[in-house]
Structure formats: C-alpha cells, structure tokens
Ligand binder design. Structure first.
Ligand SMILES: Nc1ncnc2c1ncn2[C@@H]1O[C@H](COP(=O)(O)OP(=O)(O)OP(=O)(O)O)[C@@H](O)[C@H]1O
Ligand SMILES: [Mg+2]
Length: 478
C-alpha cells in the first residue's frame, strides 16, 4: 500500500470473496461494548452485542459467529461458566476473554476452559485486531479441514462398519479406492473379523451396487454340488439333473460374486474358477456352449492362503489371480481401541431391535471388554453385547451381565463355594483346571499356543493336562 492511501477496512474479508465475518461481544459495560463495536465495524466485521452471558448464548444459538469476545466478570453466570457452555455446543468457535484485572488464576482458568486468548482493559487496538484476525484464520482453516474430511467420507458409504483404529482407517481408504474398480479382491482375516461386511461394502460402493451381491460358502459344499451351484447345469448333466439350472456366476452377472471360505475348495473346482477368472467364460455342467459373464469376484478366507499354497492345498496360479488386491483384516485384539465404539454400536442396535432402554456400559464392564482376547473377534463381541442387552433389567450393562470368562467370575464359582469341606489343594487344582480349560478353548485346543500365552514350557502344560485329567477339544469351524 503506498503512503497516503486511505486505508480500506483492513481485515482479510475486504478481499471480497469471503463472507463477512461475524463477531459477538458479550460485556455488561455499555461503554466497552460500544467502543469495541465501533472499532470492529470500522474494520468491516459484522458485530452483535449482548449484555450478559445468557443473552450471548441465545445469540450464538440463533446465528453463526466466527469469534466471541467475552467479558470475564459478568453479572450472573461469569465468563468462565459461559465459556464452558459455549465449548459444549461449539468445540472450536474462537473465544477471546476480556479481563479487567487479568489476575493470573482467572486467565489460567479461561485458557484451560478453552479460550484462545485474552485481552486486558484498556486494550491496544492494533494488538486486539491482530489477535482476532489470527484466531479467525485458524478457525476457518480448521472448519475447512473438518468439512473436507466429512465430504470425503460421505463420498463413500460405510454406514454400519465401525472402526477408528489406524489399521481400520487404512482398510477404509483401501476399500474406497478399489470399490469402484472390477479388480478381484482377496479378504483375509480370522473368523468374525468382518470379511463379509467388507465384501458387501466393496459391492455397495461400486457401480455394480444395483446388481446382485451373491455370497457362496465354497467351504460348506461337496465338490459336485458346489460346481453345479457355481456353474449351473444342463438337463440330464447328471442323474438328478431333471431340469436345466443357472449357476451363481450367471445369477451374479453384472454384480459381485463373493466366494467365502475359499481355502477349502477342491483342486478341480479351483481349476475351473481359475478359468472363469482368466476370461470370464465358463460352461454349464454337461453343456457345450461357452457363456460370457461380467462378474466381479471377491474371495475370503480365514486361513493363511499362502501357507495353503506352500502345502500344496491351494493352486498357486489361482492364489495370484485372486490376490490382485489383498485386504488383511486384523484380529480385534490387535485393535483394541475399536472395542468401545463397536460395543456401543451393537448396544444401540440390539436395544433398538428389542425395544429395551439399555443405553450404556458400566466402566468396569467396559474395562473387561477392552482387556479380553476376543478369539471370535467382532462376532463374539456382538454376541456378548446382545446377551448383555437382553439380560439387562435397567439402562446399563454391568460386568455381572458379561460371560464369566470375560470377568474371571467363573473361577470364583469353584469348589470353594460348592464344597465347603474341600481342601485348599483341591480348590487350587479346580481353579487351575478351569483356567487351563478356558485357555485351551480360546486357543482352539492348540497346546503350543496355550503354553506360549501362559509363558510356561509346553512340557509343563502337558504334565498339568495329564494330572488334571483335561480333555482336549477343538472347536468346529462355524
Ligand atoms: N467393523 C465392524 N463394524 C460393525 N460390525 C462389524 C464389524 N466387523 C464385523 N462386524 C459384525 O460382526 C459379525 C461378523 O462379521 P462377518 O460375518 O463379516 O465376519 P467374517 O470375517 O466373515 O467371519 P467368518 O470368517 O466367521 O465368516 C457380523 O455381524 C458383522 O456385521
Ligand atoms: Mg464370513
């Protein structure tokens, strides 16, 4: 600006493109309100005033502001209290406190309460204007970032998937990126980690969303049935084929075919699937005509497929065809920060579904949830919460409504209570037996894993298993 030029209002809004910035002054002294209003209006700000805190809060509720100048010593509720209310309603709205005495403790309270800054009466105009400009600029940038993030998230639609751990956020990014493509996706993860949920999200966020999503559990069927289910058959293809039948590849045409539990599929079927993946053509069982389809394939497995390849149980070429995009879902125990949000998500769902007034989880119950190992991952957590909601007679799920093995309560209902004359040795043995049985159950009968988790040699565990007469049971896969 050259010397002698008459200065236009100096704040950034004079650039023209931005909307007028709005400031609220809350002060009980008319003289202060007036002089601040004059100063700020001259600078081009739109100014509103309020004589006390309540009036100020009303103004804020009525219209948006970019900044609040708030007197500390107000009649009625003082500035610190008003600040706290503003913070509850507007996390980041900048507030500059006006203080007459500027005693250290008041200022400290104000800053702790979320004030950006403070000015002392009488103030220096230039410094005050500079502080206001800086606070508003920071606020606008923050708001823009929040808006941007929100817009980005709304572009994708994951309404029922909960996760805020870094691992899950990275998975959401990946899902958002690959959903619109036709690339084959391989989802790996332990049982109950959400593989099917992710497969559905991929479909729902693809251009295929209005076409079918067809899940098929390839592990649950004998080979013949699986093949006729996938590829269909012509009439008379085999004894019971009394009529022609379409296969799932045709039914899923234009949509997505979800091949679940892919690791247990027989070698012959693997070869046929490979062919469809290569050129999207196949034949009905017993047929001679090639059928062309446009199907996106998503496969899932809860075993390490690379290991299955090494062991010769899974075709290497098919593995590479499927593994174009790999999504690895981490077990729940390695993303514990997701537990509270997931628990609340299920609580809300099951309370609504059952018309029950349950709203919260007690702190000790939440602690037990956060500490547990979750061998069954999110599905197990979902079941535990559903049970808690249904059993609850009030508004809160307490630790008493969690299964004993989460809280350690099962060990206390031991011989100690049931047989008053049991010796200490017997009681200890009984508790030890329960702990080992419980651990083995969680490790699906794998003694090496159990010994590792207990941090004892495998031989010691073996001796205990024999001495305590423990029967090893493996959980059947769901
Ligand atoms: N991140 C999540 N947010 C909300 N719900 C979830 C999440 N992950 C899993 N669930 C829920 O947990 C349950 C199990 O998920 P899903 O069936 O997708 O797991 P899976 O990995 O396919 O398990 P399996 O290997 O046993 O088939 C479902 O009810 C699903 O909705
Ligand atoms: Mg599944």
């Amino acid at each position: 600006m050259s010397e002698g030029t008459v200065a236009a209002p100096a704040n950034s809004q004079s650039a023209g493109s931005e909307a007028t910035q709005r400031i609220l002054i809350i002060d009980d002294e008319a003289a202060i309100r007036e002089s601040l209003e004059t100063l700020l209006s001259l600078e081009g700000y739109a100014v509103e005033t309020a004589e006390n805190g309540e009036q100020g809060l009303e103004r804020i509720a009525e219209q948006p502001f970019d900044l609040v100048l708030l007197d500390l010593a107000l009649p009625g509720r003082n500035g610190i209290e008003i600040l706290a209310t503003i913070r509850q309603r507007h996390e980041s709205l900048p507030v500059i406190m006006i203080t007459a005495y500027g005693t250290v403790s008041n200022v400290v309270d104000a800053i702790r309460g979320g004030a950006q800054n403070f000015i002392q009466k009488p103030w220096d105009n230039e410094k005050l204007l500079a502080d206001i400009r800086a606070a508003i600029a920071r606020y606008r940038t923050e708001e823009e970032n929040i808006q941007l993030k929100r817009a980005l998230r709304q572009r994708y639609n994951f309404p029922n998937i909960v996760g805020k751990s870094e691992a899950m956020l990275r998975i959401f990014d990946l899902v958002a990126q690959v959903a619109p493509t036709r690339s084959t996706v391989l989802i790996q993860g332990e049982s109950g980690t959400g593989k099917e949920l992710i497969a559905k999200a991929l479909h729902a966020n693809s251009p295929r969303r209005d076409r079918p999503f067809v899940p098929v559990n390839t592990g649950a069927m004998p080979t013949d049935l699986l093949e006729s289910t996938l590829f269909g058959h012509v009439k008379g293809a085999f004894t019971s084929a009394i009529a022609a039948k379409k296969g799932l590849f045709e039914i899923a045409n234009g949509g997505t075919l979800f091949l679940d539990e892919i690791a247990t599929m027989g070698m012959d079927t693997q070869a046929k699937i490979l062919r469809v993946l290569q050129d999207r053509r196949f034949m009905h069982l017993g047929g001679v005509q090639e059928i062309q389809v446009d199907v996106r394939i998503i496969a899932a497995t809860n075993v390490d497929l690379r290991q299955a390849v090494r062991e010769g149980k899974f075709r290497e070429d098919l593995y590479y065809r499927l593994n174009v995009i790999a999504i690895e879902l981490p077990p729940l125990r390695s993303r514990r920060e997701d537990i509270p949000a997931l628990a609340m998500h299920f609580l809300k769902r099951y309370a609504e579904e059952n018309g029950l007034p349950v709203r919260s989880i007690s702190p000790d119950a939440m602690r037990a949830l956060a500490d547990y190992e979750w061998p069954g991952n999110v599905r197990e957590l979902e079941n535990v919460i559903e049970r808690g909601v249904v059993l609850s007679s009030g508004t809160t799920i307490g630790a008493d409504l969690l299964p004993g093995h989460l809280t350690g309560a099962s060990y206390s209902t031991s011989l100690l209570e049931h047989s008053p004359n049991a010796s200490l040795f017997d009681i200890m043995e009984d508790i030890e037996r329960r702990i080992i049985v419980d651990k083995l159950e969680r490790c699906n009968g794998n003694q090496t894993e159990a010994a590792e988790q207990f941090r004892i040699p495998l031989s010691t565990l073996n001796q205990k298993i024999k001495r305590l007469n423990i029967e090893i049971r493996k959980r059947a896969r769901e």
